[in-house]
Design a protein around this ligand. Structure first.
Ligand SMILES: Nc1nc2c(ncn2[C@@H]2O[C@H](COP(=O)(O)OP(=O)(O)O)[C@@H](O)[C@H]2O)c(=O)[nH]1
Ligand SMILES: [Mg+2]
Length: 392
């Protein structure tokens, strides 16, 4: 009987010891990995108040990003992807423009190659350009210049016609505009980029893709999920971040977007990232509300310093309608560049010309698919080559 008691006591001591050893280890493993999500729970920022009034993010609210001890073996870390570099992407993705290629490459060139270009032929060319969303004004300029060149040149080969059309389309895309993204850190602060546009245009996707471009170029990135309207939006952005080891700052669902954006830049400054990329909401049901909100996000972020790049994301498939919406955004935030998404889904690649002409803002990037690296820097000459395709 005594030994049964002794054996039981021994067993209890052993189990307690084992639990004591295992539990702290399990706790250590539960620490969030780098590139996790930071959720901030705080009151909204009052935009009238000076920056000092904004309650600082308390350290204990943030899960530690840099774990004191050396992280455990590499296999516990999620796989971090290496995005591909951007050089030559437009060329790689040129086949994605196949719908537009039919219109420009086959349609236009076949008319232009006719032996005799009469009024009807020129009208056909005009109609094709307008159908491809080039816009009426730009179409008139392009056709006028082409007519003049054809008249001066007299006889012409198909190759000559193609070259002339390429030159005129490229000229209409204003190749001298500055298309560099301003994302570099300066004055001891990260570069700050804000992304705006209507719902579904591709804002969150483009934030993710741009983050990958920057990381491929050796930069460090932090995302700010200022679309707080739906929890899924922040989740979507955080997923892009996790894939490349970038942290995402987000607020609770329904939080003040300006507050989240402010905190994202604050966090970016604290941990010394190169660029903070801020995603925003784009509900258009209430235009005035949306615009007020965006204006506020920008003003509140600028308590840290200027926003370096504000990209307007436009869905190329919405054509001329999208342009009208676009103008509203340019009136509220100082848009410094346009990203045209979903060019893979339209035959109306000419929208690039119309957008630049109407808004006077350079198209800096184009989206050519849903894949993580289906975003290319916009280069007018290479784009026109892709539009005209192999047909000549
Ligand atoms: N085909 C195609 N789809 C795109 C492109 N960019 C975004 N999308 C898709 O458009 C949908 C809406 O994108 P999302 O980023 O959520 O839009 P948001 O509401 O503006 O944030 C998603 O299904 C994206 O995969 C693109 O360049 N091409
Ligand atoms: Mg979104």
């Amino acid at each position: 009987m005594e030994y049964v008691v002794a054996a039981v006591i021994l067993l209890v001591v052993l189990i307690a010891g084992a639990v004591g050893l295992v539990v702290p280890r399990m706790r250590r493993r539960e620490l969030p990995p780098q590139g996790g999500t930071t959720t901030l729970e705080k009151p909204a920022v009052d935009e009238q108040a000076p920056p000092v009034v904004v309650p600082p993010v308390r350290d204990e609210e943030l899960p530690p990003l840099i774990v004191e001890e050396k992280p455990e073996p590499v296999e516990v870390k999620p796989e971090i992807e290496q995005p591909e570099p951007t050089a030559g992407r437009l060329v790689r993705l040129r086949a994605r423009l196949s719908r537009s290629q039919n219109m420009f490459g086959r349609g236009l060139l076949s008319v232009l190659s006719r032996d005799h270009l009469d009024e009807d032929a020129w009208e056909e060319i005009e109609d094709t350009l307008i159908t491809a969303d080039v816009g009426v004004e730009a179409t008139q300029v392009i056709v006028e210049r082409l007519r003049e060149r054809v008249r001066v040149l007299g006889t012409r080969t198909a190759a000559e016609v193609r070259a002339q059309l390429a030159e005129e389309l490229t000229a209409a895309l204003e190749p001298d505009m500055d298309r560099a993204l301003k994302t570099a850190p300066h004055d001891g602060r990260p570069g700050v980029m804000m992304v705006v546009g209507v719902n579904g245009a591709g804002k969150t996707t483009t934030c993710g893709k741009i983050g990958r471009v920057l990381i491929a170029d050796g930069r460090s990135v932090l995302f700010g999920a200022a679309d707080t309207f739906r929890a899924a939006a922040a989740e979507q952005l955080a997923t892009w971040g996790e894939r490349v080891g970038a942290e995402t700052v987000r607020g609770p669902e329904g939080a003040d977007p300006a507050s989240v954006a402010f905190d994202a830049v604050k966090r970016g400054i604290e941990i010394g990232v190169d660029t903070v990329v801020i995603d925003t909401a784009g509900r258009l049901q209430n235009k005035v509300g949306l615009m007020d909100e965006l204006g506020k996000v920008k003003r509140v972020v600028e308590k840290h310093g200027p926003v370096d790049e504000t990209l307007l994301i436009l869905d190329a498939t919405t054509g001329q309608n999208g342009l009208e919406q676009a103008r509203v955004f340019t009136e509220v935030v100082d848009v410094t560049g346009v990203v045209l998404t979903k060019l893979d889904g339209t035959a109306k690649g000419g929208i690039v010309i119309a957008v630049q002409r109407k808004l006077g803002i350079p198209v800096k990037l184009v989206g050519l698919g849903e894949g993580p690296d289906d975003l290319a820097p916009f280069e007018p000459a290479a784009f026109v080559e892709a539009l005209l395709g192999g047909a000549a």
